[in-house]
Design a protein. Structure first.
Length: 404
């Protein structure tokens, strides 16, 4: 078994609010592409959403901007697919080409809710379609797709209700937070979110670097700071994954001597009982996709952390399909298996994410009342309901043997 603990299967149709479109344009320009390329990419997306042929539009875009590379074109292609089932199928097809992947490989798709307090109803409804279609993938591939519900405190209403419904029903097994959208650790809803996660034994993955999606206006790089979120993690018995391992984000941009966010996360991992519930995934980091000398330096740093006794706190993740402009899924798998060797890679891509997710070992029951126990019950109900959607794309994963 291998586990990608950080990926996405949204479509542009279920994600692209105005705020998300502004972010997407900024990300395209951030890759040193021109304003014209960014504008043409968005025009392509909106044309496909309006009914134009995606393949034809992509061919036209590639003819005009061939220099953008195949990875960027694949990113656009996946986002333009007609539904999340198609995106999930494309993800598993890509995984099949990855070293060490097998029929038991599972993924953790993290939902995204990029809205603001002023988002109109039509934009607010996009997330509900993303949620319904993502949870469906858990039914189509039982035990191989474990969704995390997105909770955005800036949503004008219903954020907590969506959280409770996702965990109570068993549709999702964890929670995704994205503070850079515009909320801090001291937001009044954060404690209520964490309290729900504690009650359902639901793990949290939190965006943690100085990039990604952000709220209107200037990016506030303190919103995802591990230091600011430490008090939240101390207050609640919740497993928390700092996504992207903080990357090489400076702890203080004005002080070169200040520790990087990744070093601040390491400090929490080393802190007794707190360290038992602090995790970090390796998804979409500059060190893993940079120049050869950057990759070598990052590989040495990561091997050092594994040797320091922190190997149980590190999770494998790709950030597919967001990572595609810079690296394929197979590129990521190969880099980390080559860096850590088969045994080290098995730790971060199997043993550690099993513990983070709360996957029960053979012969053991999941924690009573937990999100994982509820998810198994959710799948059991799906099987009992009959129909052709349950296990449509893959039989139940081996870890579910005797549980359905």
């Amino acid at each position: 078994m291998r586990i990608d603990a950080h990926c996405h299967v949204f479509t542009f149709e279920t994600l692209l609010t105005q705020a998300a479109a502004d972010n997407l344009k900024a990300r395209i320009k951030g890759r040193f592409l021109s304003e014209a390329v960014a504008n043409d990419a968005l025009r392509l997306v909106y044309a496909v959403l309006a009914g134009d042929d995606a393949a034809g539009r992509l061919l036209e875009f590639a003819s005009r901007h061939g220099v953008v590379g195949q990875g960027f074109l694949e990113f656009l292609r996946r986002g333009c697919l007609p539904d999340i089932s198609a995106v999930t199928d494309a993800l598993f097809a890509a995984i099949a080409a990855c070293p060490g992947a097998d029929a038991q490989t599972l993924v953790v798709p993290l939902l995204l809710d990029v809205v603001t307090a002023d988002s109109p109803e039509a934009e607010l409804a996009k997330y509900d379609r993303q949620y319904a279609q993502t949870v469906l993938q858990a039914v189509r591939r039982p035990g191989r797709v474990l969704p995390f519900v997105a909770v955005n405190p800036l949503r004008p209403r219903g954020a907590l209700e969506r959280l409770e419904r996702a965990l109570e029903s068993g549709g999702c097994v964890g929670v995704k937070l994205y503070p850079s959208l515009g909320f801090a650790a001291n937001h009044p809803l954060v404690d209520r979110i964490m309290d729900a996660c504690q009650r359902y034994d639901a793990p949290v993955t939190m965006h943690c670097n100085d990039g990604g999606f952000h709220g209107p206006g200037q990016y506030d790089d303190t919103l995802c700071s591990p230091v600011d979120w430490r008090s939240v993690i101390e207050a609640f018995d919740v497993r928390c994954n700092f996504a992207h391992f903080g990357d090489q984000t400076p702890g203080n941009p004005h002080s070169p001597a200040a520790p990087f966010w990744r070093d601040q996360i390491v400090g929490m991992m080393e802190d007794g009982d707190l360290g038992q519930r602090v995790f970090a995934d390796v998804s979409y980091q500059q060190g893993a996709i940079g120049r050869p000398e950057e990759r070598a330096a990052y590989a040495a740093w990561l091997r050092g952390r594994m040797a320091d006794g922190l190997g149980d706190n590190i999770l494998f993740g790709t950030d597919s399909f967001m990572v595609l402009p810079d690296a394929s899924e197979a590129d990521f798998w190969r880099f980390f298996e080559a860096t850590l060797g088969p045994d080290g890679f098995a730790r971060i891509a199997c043993d550690n994410p099993r513990r983070f997710l709360g996957l029960p070992d053979a012969g053991q029951a999941p924690k009573p009342g937990s999100a994982m126990e509820r998810h198994i019950a959710f799948l059991r109900r799906g099987k009992a309901a009959g129909g052709n959607l349950f296990a449509e794309k893959a039989p139940p994963a081996d870890w579910l043997a005797g549980r359905l």
